[in-house]
Ligand binder design. Structure first.
Ligand SMILES: Nc1nc2c(ncn2[C@@H]2O[C@H](COP(=O)(O)OP(=O)(O)OP(=O)(O)O)[C@@H](O)[C@H]2O)c(=O)[nH]1
Ligand SMILES: [Mg+2]
Ligand SMILES: [Zn+2]
Length: 345
């Protein structure tokens, strides 16, 4: 019987071209073949944490060489704002993305909206985890939780305190059945603290945030997959300041399901919600059931993704430009209406 030279392994960590793979119950250091590295058209072709890869073993089975990446069921991408065109893959084959946001100074709805688009685009399901509930008074807690829930229609929102343990079992329930999750969020949000809580040990280092603005100190520096006692897997990631969204189409409408639903009621199928008759979005703004800020966020992210799309498809350039101009007008009108209401109220 001939030995199969390749075995299937799971990428558990990646740092500057050096990998760790999980094979037969143990972790091994791994590198890429020159062929895999040289043949990659972009970094999307290279392994990331969560990837199933084909490896060969060397040095008496102590080292692995990665030959190929197997097809992925999901892929979380991050687009560096202002960077090149290439998106950075963060994690593969994940079932859920845990978007971690602190209820302290880390709280930021615009960032949450951005992370939600990326999460939906990945093919995984987002779960919003609001950490540091112990740092908020009851009114602030209720207000911030409600606002986050509104920004994340269609996603579960969990309030958590690593201090009191509130919400931990709810996060565990999301991991039940061996679900693989990736945590994302800015530095200091409490991602590694959550991991440690779920792991029941100090699996990863955590770091105090700056008093003045709750900013973290980039304690976690590499992506790493952990096997949890509850059966699930968690990929801890370094906090990122900027999280651009990569165009794919579905994520934006999934994240802004409330607006997409309204838009389905517009008289014209291609309604740009900028003054057309029978526009359900404009009607909702008028009725006050849709917040102008929400529409503004949607427009901003849409412009960002369409800008990227334009770069890749020049034929759509003209149409997109026209639509965007109209959209900007609607937003200005919404803002104006809000100002009038405030002034008159
Ligand atoms: N009071 C309180 N503090 C928390 C909670 N969760 C996290 N922290 C604190 O927040 C700080 C940052 O936590 P980390 O887990 O290191 O944050 P991180 O998201 O992993 O940050 P990076 O690794 O830099 O991306 C630490 O001092 C934690 O103790 C919580 O629920 N309540
Ligand atoms: Mg961390
Ligand atoms: Zn409309």
């Amino acid at each position: 019987m001939e030995d199969d030279p390749y075995a299937a392994a799971l990428v558990t960590a990646e740092r500057k071209g050096l990998y760790t793979v999980w094979l037969d119950g143990r972790e091994l250091p791994a590198v890429l073949t020159g062929k895999l590295l040289g043949g990659a058209a972009s970094r999307l072709d290279l392994p990331v944490v969560g990837d199933d890869v084909d490896v060969s073993l060397h040095d008496g089975g102590l080292k692995a060489v990665i030959h190929a990446v197997r097809p992925r069921s999901s892929l979380l991408l991050r687009k560096e704002l202002g960077g090149g065109l290439d998106a950075q893959p963060l994690a593969a084959n994940i079932g859920k993305v845990l978007i971690v946001m602190g209820l302290d100074g880390n709280y930021n709805i615009a960032r949450l909206e951005r992370l939600l688009v990326a999460a939906w685009d990945s093919g995984a399901v987002p779960v919003v985890v609001l950490t540091k509930a112990d740092l908020c008074g009851p009114d602030e807690l209720a207000e911030k939780t409600a606002a986050a829930g509104k920004a994340a229609p269609g996603a579960v929102t969990i309030r958590l305190s690593a201090l009191t343990g509130e919400g931990v079992e709810k996060v565990e329930a999301e991991l039940a059945g061996g679900v693989r999750c990736c945590v994302v969020g800015s530095s200091g949000a409490g991602k590694s603290t959550l991991l440690n809580r779920l792991a029941g040990r100090e699996a990863a280092e955590t770091g105090a945030v700056r008093e003045a603005d709750s900013r973290g100190r980039h304690t976690t520096t590499a992506r790493q997959l952990y096997f949890l006692p509850c059966g699930g897997q968690l990929i801890d990631t370094p906090g990122v300041r900027e999280f651009g969204v990569e165009y794919s189409g579905g994520g934006l409408d999934a994240s802004f399901g409330d607006i997409a639903e309204l838009a389905a009621g517009c008289r014209f199928k291609d309604c740009s919600h900028s003054g057309e008759p029978g526009c359900a979005v404009a009607a909702a703004l008028e009725a006050g059931t849709l917040a102008p800020e929400r529409l503004k966020s949607y427009g901003k992210l849409r412009r960002e993704t369409e800008r990227r799309e334009r770069l890749s498809d020049p034929k759509k350039r003209l149409l997109a430009k026209r639509k965007l101009r109209a959209f900007g007008r609607l937003q200005r009108e919404a803002e104006e209406r809000k100002r009038r209401l405030r002034g008159g109220g």
